[in-house]
Write a protein of this length. Structure first.
Length: 143
């Protein structure tokens, strides 16, 4: 487990390259905003408040590729359940603070994932602009 990389994995780098090609700018490997400092977001799109996690199939119990090792099965079951529970808790903390959480599996095509994120980012920008416009339009005139 010591050799498992925390950030900068191949799937994460492929996604970041695809996002950058689309003109999206982001911050990498940041602590969860307002949460536990040990939990980190893989890619953070601050302007649109989108937190992206690139989850490994083994560690995050992918429904397609996740499996339990044969040796020490009960310990691994507890370990992987704990990781999944921590992921759900992190999602809830971010959602409560107004962040949109996007989880991408390591086996997903990075170009397709980046395209999906680009669409989500555009939609979030439109939502922010509309809500800002309404707020200023509803404000009483100050003369």
């Amino acid at each position: 487990m010591r050799r498992t990389r925390r950030s900068g994995t191949r799937p994460e780098i492929a996604l970041r390259r695809a996002l950058h090609r689309r003109g999206l700018r982001f911050i990498v490997d940041q602590p969860v905003p307002g949460g536990n400092r040990r939990r980190r977001v893989d890619v953070l799109l601050r302007g649109t408040r989108i937190a992206v996690f690139v989850d490994g199939c083994f560690w995050h119990s992918c429904p397609e590729h996740g499996h339990l090792p044969v040796a020490n099965r009960s310990w691994w079951r507890l370990k992987l359940r704990g990781i999944a529970r921590r992921d759900r808790d992190t999602d809830a903390v971010l959602a409560a603070m107004g962040w949109l959480v996007v989880r991408i599996w390591e086996h997903e095509d990075p170009v397709e994932a980046a395209t999906r994120l680009e669409h989500v980012t555009r939609a979030r920008k439109l939502t922010v602009k509309r809500s800002t416009r309404r707020r200023f339009a509803a404000a009483p005139d100050e003369d």
